[in-house]
Ligand binder design. Sequence first.
Ligand code: WT7
Length: 647
Amino acid sequence: MTEMIYDVPASWAKKAWLNDAKYKKMYSASIKDPDKFWGEHGKRIDWFKPYSKVRNVSYKPGKVSIKWFEDGTTNVAFNCIDRHLATRAKQTAIIWEGDDPSESKKISYGQLYTEVCKFANVLKAKGVKKGDRVTIYLPMIPEAAYAMLACARIGAMHSVVFGGFSPDSLASRIEDSDSKVVITADESLRGGRSVPLKKNVDAADDKVKGGIGTVIVVKRTGGNVTMQDGRDVWYHDEAAKVSGHCPPVEVKAEDPLFLLYTSGSTGKPKGVLHTSGGYLVYAAMTHQYVFDYHDGDIYWCTADVGWVTGHSYILYGPLANGATTLMFEGIPTYPTISRFWDVVDKHKVNIFYTAPTAIRSLMGAGEEPVKKTKRKSLRLLGSVGEPINPEAWEWYHRVVGERRCPIVDTWWQTETGGILITPLPGATKLKPGSATRPFFGVKPELVDAEGKVLEGAAEGNLVIAESWPGQMRTVYGDHKRFEETYFATYPNKYFTGDGCRRDADGYYWITGRVDDVINVSGHRMGTAEVESALVAHPKVSEAAVVGYPHDIKGQGIYAYVTLMAGEKPSADLKKELVSYVRNEIGPIASPDLIQFAPGLPKTRSGKIMRRILRKIAEDEYGALGDTSTLADPAVVDDLIANRQNKR
Ligand code: WT7
């Protein structure tokens, strides 16, 4: 098959921040002398006390330490709000589009200042101090942005938990972060349906050791909630008592900004910790160049603030740049499947950033729902979360962007804080399905299983050889786990967990995770987490979970389940197990397919051979590989004979 290449449109080359020559020059400068490069670009944010040291990083086993701009002091909320007030007090900072199309509002930078200061004062009144953790479990409403920025303003760390997580998942995150305060809403509203967030917090509280100190409740729907005396307060009552001014706290560049829990290949989700100075520099700089953001542009990222994409590219990056950022409460299919494009037309969106899973599901409904909208304002499209298949890319390009909008396929992770591999519109020729080239300061390498660096066109495991300012600094409360997860596999390099191919043009093609992490609709899920939810069910004795290719979700969840002796497999039990996992983790962890298996393929030492389970789930029995080390090779025949069909 000949490879499609899309040139940079002439109009773009003229007006974009970058062209190919500029990209190459800046990139090589960033790699040759990172101290000089970042020393200059660190100045894009305001510092109370300027830094004199730029980079102080060690990837040495047992001594991993990452510091950027360490002797500088700043405040992230000051950078996202106060410093814009002289010129942008009346400019819209946030356009909020509600679940129901009749509800939307615009929040100016001036209003954002007052709202964030009020929220900060409420937190202070509840005893939150610099360095404390605050869990935020809110829908996509402006208060989510106010609460996050309020934490930043007073130097507290926020830990946002996605509203789709269950009380159990919420409880373990509250407990691990030792949050004394939880911010929630009565209910969230998505696609016309409400989710009882406050009720979930009540249920979580029963599971948190020592309990939750304070719950601040934002009124969203007016739905029924029970307020517990001494613990629960309404946000609007508290906000009425405080002033609309709150001085930003001076923090060191390396003081923590937030925690965000994410799944790994083993154990419980870990608290990824990001700090203040380097993170903001990197989020803001990538937002400007990757999305070619110019003053006056209307920018929309459809992610939820519960994920890192929402942190870096709804909130921090755009606001640090004085941008207008759109925050959407709803879903792509409500009230109709044209909703995304209706919102684009309503607010004249110029830059639109979404996930491949959304594109694929909209693609399934055909071109009509897109074509009946205008989309004349659109200039640039973005994709994030998983590899985008070339068919979906082409559809996005041709139908949504009418061939005039470049697509930036941005590869990054919760851990990386910002985009690492991506096209830069104006500079990069596009190949559908490729995340293309590294951003400034990013040095990707491909290594084989032994850690040998592969040169030229090659396929291997993706590592990053040098630090960049947006990199995570530690796993909250477990630095050892940080070192073991990311720096032990290939010493002196950051291991991404992704496989990747580099073509003859030096373009990178992410091939997906090489560890036991699966990517379901762009949401990251540890197979171990789903397994431990399944084995918690009294009828289950053993479970093994793998991913398999799914048309819409990218990967689906395939669970092999061995029942306790005497338990009978049945369709009802399957349903029961699916809802059990939903309750334990959340709807995003629901198994798509469950296969009852009398036995799982194990080595003689008892280790489950997931490679074989993956192949069977992927429908590739021809490629099972060596099964001679199995304790009982016959189980494989049974597994193949009873394989579950995809949907
Ligand atoms: C994993 C990180 C970063 C925000 C959303 C996900 C996969 C992400 C791409 C892309 C191919 C991608 C990787 C990565 N991924 N973007 N453009 N092309 N794969 O963050 O939940 O931390 O997941 O998502 O496998 O490791 P996350």
